[in-house]
Write a protein that binds this ligand. Structure first.
Ligand SMILES: Nc1ncnc2c1ncn2[C@@H]1O[C@H](COP(=O)(O)OP(=O)(O)O)[C@@H](O)[C@H]1O
Ligand SMILES: [Mg+2]
Length: 314
């Protein structure tokens, strides 16, 4: 970890600006992703994890959301300042994303093969048969057993686990240096979750990729990640090596998160719930970000499907 960071987010703030509203949702967030590491971002629903991740590829809804300060350095460039065409060259080819709900992220109108071959052809001037053989390879790389059959199938024909592998294939197909996986296994059952996470770990080892893994599952963090960043109400409240943060959590929210993890040798009576709800960004109390209050939010199917089309459209 003596290398330079591959991706360096510095003092990033993202604000909501519109008729009569103006406040920052993500505030002064800094985090670095080093080569070949798996960095976990944890935090409750609505704390700004997805927004931070989406902003790396300028995929946040803008307007009404805007980057109000800070920088996202990648390969000597500030991604918050590059042109739309420069960003399209980064998106999918250098940095790729895997979204939470594969069923809604995959466009129902296209077969897995069409999505994958268009993702190749968005970045490389190659003939269809070349794109197709890359697509079949990527499906196999994502751990799909029968790539030829899946190539011709529509999303409704795929199980949740296979859909998520197709999303991973889509992310892998142009051999990116960074994969950002936003709750990639939350919608899947536990066995499939474990297989997908194992595959991500293998890919890091085989290809030397760096991965940002967004999750609210500390078990996943402990088994997969090298370092972790804890977010709370739009801010980074703690970060460090996973073992250190989990062994000696500093922030009350992190302590609360750990207290809420069920352990095999503990009975239900020792499970500590985190009380209240996360405050909305426009109702933050003064002072530092302490756990007081909570909010439920997630992106609906619509924007995700649009985002994915955006990624495969040159
Ligand atoms: N397009 C949007 N317009 C307005 N508010 C948004 C938009 N997207 C996200 N938000 C708000 O930003 C906050 C953080 O959301 P998000 O990054 O999705 O949280 P997380 O991924 O941590 O669950 C939430 O309060 C959410 O309501
Ligand atoms: Mg999210």
């Amino acid at each position: 970890m003596t290398d330079e960071p591959l991706l360096d987010i510095r003092d990033l703030s993202i604000g909501l600006r519109g008729d009569g509203v103006g406040y920052d949702i993500v505030r002064n967030v800094s985090m670095s992703l080093y080569p070949k590491e798996i960095l976990a971002i944890v935090g409750e629903s609505g704390c700004g994890k997805s927004l931070t991740a989406l902003s790396v590829l300028a995929l946040h809804a803008s307007p009404p959301l805007h980057i109000t300060s800070g920088s996202i350095m990648y390969d000597g460039r500030d991604l918050t300042k590059v042109s739309a065409s420069q960003m399209r060259a980064v998106r999918g080819a250098e940095i790729a994303m895997v979204f939470q709900d594969p069923m809604s992220a995959l466009d129902p109108m296209f077969t897995a093969g069409t999505l994958l071959t268009s993702a190749v052809q968005a970045h490389h001037k190659v003939r269809y048969d070349v794109a197709k053989s890359r697509a079949l390879e990527a499906l196999a790389d994502a751990g799909i057993e029968d790539p030829r059959r899946r190539f011709g199938e529509y999303p409704f024909q795929l199980s949740g686990g296979v859909s998520q592998r197709v999303m991973i294939a889509l992310a892998l197909i142009n051999d990116p240096k960074v994969i950002i996986a936003d709750e990639p296994t939350t919608a899947l059952d536990v066995t499939v979750q474990a297989q997908i996470l194992d595959r991500l770990k293998e890919l890091r080892a085989e290809r030397g990729m760096s991965i940002i893994l967004i999750t609210h599952n500390l078990g996943v963090v402990a088994s997969v990640a090298d370092r972790m960043v804890v977010m709370y109400t739009g801010e980074v409240v703690e970060s460090g090596m996973v073992e250190e943060v989990l062994a000696t959590p500093q922030h009350p929210y992190t302590k609360g998160l750990l207290g809420a993890v069920p352990r095999l040798n503990s009975d239900a009576a020792t499970l500590v719930p985190i009380m209240g709800r996360v405050p909305q960004p426009n109702e933050l109390p003064p002072g530092c970000s302490l756990p007081i209050v909570a909010a439920e939010s997630s992106m609906s199917a619509g924007p995700i499907a649009r985002i994915l089309r955006y990624m495969v459209t040159p």
